[in-house]
Design a protein around this ligand. Structure first.
Ligand code: C2E
Ligand code: MG
Ligand code: MG
Length: 644
């Protein structure tokens, strides 16, 4: 009821009714009660009517003008409010729309909404505007909102085009669609407010990126971008689980670049890094879609492969890996020749957990490294024991070097012409108090792998140079010393140490012949050309040791900048056979033409010596002429032979 009284039009009408009705009624009664003539009564009635009209007109004027004034004020207020509202919305980056109960747009505001957009959209429904798919979805949302719900919609630019006008840099938006109530609380339509969430999403994305970067740091190797040990262990765990479930096998290939330390030492870490990246690229090219490849650290890489029932021999893939190393790696403008060793462990035979499989593969890798030629090995139980022994031996060798258990023996090399001793080969000897005499064929490779060969080689050479100076001092000034040099020194690309050692010992390099095995020489020739020439330029003699066992072709002999060729014992031993004779004779003939000295190794019998002399060999070395001797005995042997 009170709301009715609020209505100004009704108030005026009621007031008019309340005033006019009694006025008409009582003035009529009053005039009739006056005892005046009928004509006077008519006149009085006319006057009364005129007065009524004047009074009501005045009242009407006052009333209506007040209503109109307040309506004007209200409209002005409304217009001001609306302008303010629009300004506010426009400054807020939000998109606001309003619809009526029929879902017709009645308002559209937003920083990107142009008057044309408003003209296009206002008065029309989402269905009419946005097409059947999006439109219907909006209509359904509208229905739920009209029933009282508030609904939030998320929009992303990369998923769908935007139906409302938004700025081009807005990539995502959250739209809240809520019921629009009138003053009475009645739902009269729908109001939607779309808020730009691009920035929020950017932040979210940045956070996600940061998180994934952290996960990259944790799980991937920075240098090569390959998964690291942590990730590959997890992958290996998955592979094992799948293999167990699906009853197939899996293989772990653990790969180590041979002598990688030398590259770092000689060419620097940056080149080393570059080489590792090149290796990673080569390996990546080999990995199938189901294989996991990782860098476990240093120069060690791992492949985890599934081995389906009846799969090819796991060795074949090892061959593929080794083949990938055949071509030189490019790093720092150089071509670097590398080899690798591989250890293979198979699930379930060699372990049923990632740790065990990796450990078995590691044991197999060690066996591959220790072996003379095979560059890969499949795990075998006996290896675990062998690798334990090797480790113990390596430790003992380290101690032996410190304790002076190593010594040098000298074996004479005599001229085939007159039996004169022209040189001695220095050979390392290890007399272990616990193990007795250990053969250099055992401890030299061990020292190479344990990183002890530097110290060991230096010890042998310095001893030998000192001893040779003794010989020279004793008057045998034409005698040379031959020392074995591990291929490590050549792969390292640094010869300065070899030179400084002779300076240290005060010996002219002309008296020194460096023996390098054929295989190592060929490799050196390819990876470090010029290095051998440098050594030659410093006066060193160079000998191809064990010629014939390196499987290189004879044409290599012509390319090697050597001075001495040492025919391997194997050929001398078998010099009765026609094939071996052909090889010996060809090598000797070639060496003669190239101007190289020739030494036959391991000559044990007169028959061998006779044959070799006839074939044209220059020198002999072998038990027939003298075993490797301790320094004092070797000097005595020299004195005796010269004195005779
Ligand atoms: P190598 O350089 O070919 O040395 C010759 C080997 O043949 C020596 O074995 C020597 O004792 C042996 N030998 C000599 N004449 C005869 C013979 O008539 N009959 C038989 N059966 N053997 C003979 P050793 O001393 O056991 O050395 C084995 C290998 O170990 C050497 O082969 C060499 O490659 C390596 N080696 C020895 N000392 C050193 C060293 O100081 N540094 C390096 N890097 N390697 C070394
Ligand atoms: Mg030798
Ligand atoms: Mg030899």
């Amino acid at each position: 009821m009170s709301r009715w009284i609020q209505n100004p039009a009704l108030r005026i009408a009621l007031l008019y009714f309340a005033v006019a009705l009694p006025w008409v009624f009582f003035t009529d009664l009053l005039i009739r009660s006056l005892s005046v003539s009928a004509a006077t009564q008519d006149l009085l009635n006319s006057l009364k009517g005129g007065g009524f009209v004047v009074v009501t007109t005045a009242l009407l004027y006052v009333g209506v003008s007040r209503v109109v004034a307040s309506a004007d004020a209200a409209r002005e207020r409304a217009e001001r409010n609306e302008a303010q509202f629009r300004a506010l919305v426009s400054s807020m980056d939000d998109v606001v729309f309003v619809t009526d109960r029929e879902m017709r747009f009645t308002e559209l505001l937003g920083p990107a909404a142009t008057p044309e957009d408003r003209d296009r959209m206002l008065g029309r429904t989402a269905l009419e505007l946005f097409g059947p798919d999006v439109g219907r979805a909006y209509m359904q949302v509208g229905e739920r909102v009209l029933a009282g719900e508030t609904i939030y919609l998320d929009w992303f630019a990369d998923a769908a085009p935007m139906s409302f006008p938004v700025r081009s840099d807005v990539t995502s938006m959250r739209i809240a669609v809520a019921p629009l109530h009138d003053a009475s609380g009645e739902i009269t339509g729908v109001v939607g407010v779309g808020r730009d969430t691009s920035r929020l999403n950017d932040l979210e994305r940045e956070r996600e990126q940061a998180e994934s970067h952290i996960s990259f740091l944790v799980n991937y190797d920075q240098l090569t971008g390959l998964p690291n040990r942590a990730l590959v262990e997890a992958r290996l765990g998955e592979a094992v689980a799948v293999a167990r479930r699906e009853r197939h096998g899996a293989a772990v290939y653990l790969l180590n670049v041979d002598n990688f330390k030398d590259i770092n030492d000689s060419l620097g870490y940056e080149v080393g890094d570059e080489v590792l990246r090149a290796v990673a690229d080569r390996l990546r090219a080999l990995a199938g879609p189901e294989d996991a490849l990782a860098r476990l650290g240093g120069d060690e890489f791992a492949f985890v492969r599934r081995l389906p029932e009846g799969a090819h021999d796991p060795r074949l893939f090892a061959g593929d890996i080794l083949r990938a190393f055949r071509l030189p790696m490019r790093a720092a403008g150089q071509q670097i020749y590398l080899t690798a060793s591989i250890g293979i462990a198979l699930f379930p035979d060699h372990g049923d957990s990632p740790e065990l499989l990796l450990r078995s593969a590691d044991t197999a890798l060690n066996a591959a490294k220790a072996g003379p030629d095979s560059q890969y090995e499949i795990f075998h139980r006996s290896m675990a024991q062998a690798s334990g022994e090797r480790l113990a031996l390596a430790n003992e060798l380290r101690l032996a070097l410190e304790r002076g258990e190593l010594s040098v023996a000298y074996q004479p090399i005599v001229s085939a012409k007159d039996g004169r001793i022209v040189a001695f080969e220095a050979l390392a000897r290890w007399h272990s108090p616990t193990r007795g005499t250990v053969s250099p064929t055992v401890f030299i490779p061990l020292a190479e792998r344990a990183g002890l060969v530097d110290n060991l080689g230096r010890f042998v050479r310095l001893e030998a140079y000192r001893w040779l100076r003794e010989c020279h001092a004793a008057g045998f000034t034409d005698v040379l010393i031959e020392v074995n040099v591990s291929p490590y020194h050549f792969r390292r690309g640094s010869i300065s140490r070899l030179i400084s050692e002779t300076q240290e010992a005060g010996l002219d390099p002309r008296y020194v012949v460096l023996e390098i095995t054929e295989g190592a020489l060929v490799e050196t020739l390819e990876s470090a050309e010029g290095l051998l020439d440098d050594l030659r330029a410093h006066g060193f003699g160079l000998a191809v040791d064990d010629f014939g066992t390196g499987y290189s072709s004879l044409t290599y002999l012509a390319r090697l900048p050597v001075t001495v060729v040492k025919i391997a014992q194997e050929f001398v031993r078998g010099s009765g056979s026609h094939g071996n004779r052909a090889i010996i004779e060809t090598a000797l003939e070639l060496a003669r033409r190239l101007g190289y000295q020739t030494v036959a190794e391991g000559v044990e019998s007169e028959a061998e010596a006779d044959y070799l002399r006839e074939a044209g060999v220059d020198c002999y070395q072998g038990y027939l002429y003298g075993r490797p001797l301790p320094p004092a005995e070797a000097l005595r042997c020299l004195t005796d032979s010269r004195g005779a």
